[in-house]
Design a protein around this ligand. Structure first.
Ligand code: NAP
Ligand code: F7E
Length: 343
């Protein structure tokens, strides 16, 4: 039986990865940050099967302890300040967690068990102002946010510890992946949650920033399988994980409303663009400049060829199914909220 240590266990990916590793018979250890109110987040439903360790990416002593307690054979470093917009408001915290935090984890591994395999959650945000379309493992990086810059440090230090100390370290350059457990500040979940609220009569309008931005969106459940596959190989390496299809935020909005039975018609441009309900003429989508970013990543489109060929990784959840699942889950959650408010 193998031991796995997951940082960021209560986040979106941490929860799907925990389920996968438990199914495979691993002892799963997970790092939580101490909060004033105990909160298991996305792993509430499996909390009895997980060994929790209180630690923080910015505290190397706590990570050394976590390595000692877990006796980990595999570490999955998913912890991060992961919201790009916040990285301009908290650039230092983002760097301490997403950049230096990686070195802290690698040093803990090197000190306690240098044979332990390591997965680093790298990101397509490192491509930023893209230097080639589509992007693959050889595309030069050009990050566009403090988050992207911090993650690029994490990516290179992961490679550097592989080359300097012979550690088994892998980076997954994962493109956007979403799902029913996605944080509500990210655009996809913000859309499906607000669509559900509009449909059920508890919200009037969806306010967004850049509708032209293009992303390559997959489902988290598929992407955590790629993380595990990377650590089962004979040699450590870096892999892009993506769908190979890119869509605008506007297209996501359109499909999400359709899943709730509402047809949207867009008109106008720039800050004056609106989306109206075709049936009633009511304005359901507006632009709010507060959601624009100081520097934007306009287009991401990845090639998962290497992951497919070398890892045998395949995607099981289509884009359409993902949006359907997200909208249906949010409709059910908002219905529950409405019932609860009546008690
Ligand atoms: P997420 O839902 O935001 O989860 C982030 C996790 O990190 C949370 O459990 C959070 O704990 C934890 N964390 C934050 N700061 C910490 C600290 N100082 N010490 C310990 N834990 C800390 O993110 P996700 O979507 O699952 O993504 C997982 C990883 O993949 C992240 O590193 C992200 O940057 C990267 N990534 C994500 C995507 C994507 O599209 N989802 C794509 C590429 C890469 P709290 O609950 O205490 O805040
Ligand atoms: O934005 C645009 C926004 O916040 C997507 C993280 O998981 O993926 C994620 O980063 C796009 C951007 O994700 C709103 O400007 C328009 O162009 O959902 P997002 P992200 O920035 O792509 C990468 C791969 C990661 O690694 C990150 O951890 O949507 N957009 N209007 C908006 N975005 C938000 N959040 N809110 C809006 O109202």
């Amino acid at each position: 039986m193998k031991n796995a240590l997951i940082t960021g266990i209560n986040g979106q990916d941490g929860s799907f990865l925990s389920e996968l590793l438990l199914e495979k018979g691993y002892n799963v250890y997970g790092i939580l940050r101490r909060k004033s109110v105990v909160d298991y987040g996305n792993v509430e439903h499996i909390k009895d099967k997980i060994h929790f360790i209180y630690a923080d990416m910015t505290d190397v002593v706590s990570l050394i302890n976590a390595m000692k307690i877990s006796q980990a054979d595999e570490v999955y470093n998913l912890a991060a300040q992961s919201f790009v917009a916040t990285s301009w408001e908290q650039p230092i915290a983002t760097a301490e967690i997403d950049a230096v935090g990686v070195t802290n984890m690698l040093e803990a591994i090197r000190t306690i068990n240098p044979k332990c395999k390591y997965y680093q959650a790298s990101t397509s945000e490192m491509f930023g102002k893209v230097q080639a379309i589509p992007q693959d493992e050889n595309t030069p990086f050009y990050p566009r946010s403090p988050y992207g810059v911090a993650k690029l440090y994490g990516h290179w230090i992961t490679k550097n510890y592989r080359e300097s100390f012979g550690l088994f370290t892998c980076s997954g350059i994962l493109f956007n992946h979403e799902g029913e457990r996605r944080g509500k500040e990210f655009v996809t979940r913000k859309i499906t949650d607000t669509v559900a609220r509009i449909k059920l009569g508890v919200a009037d309008c969806l306010e967004l920033g850049n509708l032209d931005s293009k992303r390559d969106w997959g489902h988290s459940k598929d992407y955590v399988r790629a993380m595990w596959l990377m650590l089962q190989q004979d040699e450590p390496d870096d892999y892009v994980v993506a769908t190979g299809v890119t869509r605008t935020v506007r297209e996501f909005v359109d499909i999400a409303f359709k899943k709730a039975g509402i047809d949207i018609e867009f008109s106008g441009s720039g800050l004056d663009e609106i989306g109206k309900d075709k049936a009633t003429g009511k304005v359901l989508v507006k632009i709010n400049p507060k959601f624009f970013r100081p520097a934007e990543v306009e287009l991401l489109l990845g090639t998962p060829k290497k992951a497919e060929e070398k890892l045998g990784w395949t995607r099981e959840i289509s884009f359409d199914e993902m949006v359907e699942r997200m909208v249906q889950t949010d409709l059910a959650l908002v219905r529950k909220e409405i019932e609860y408010a009546k008690l």
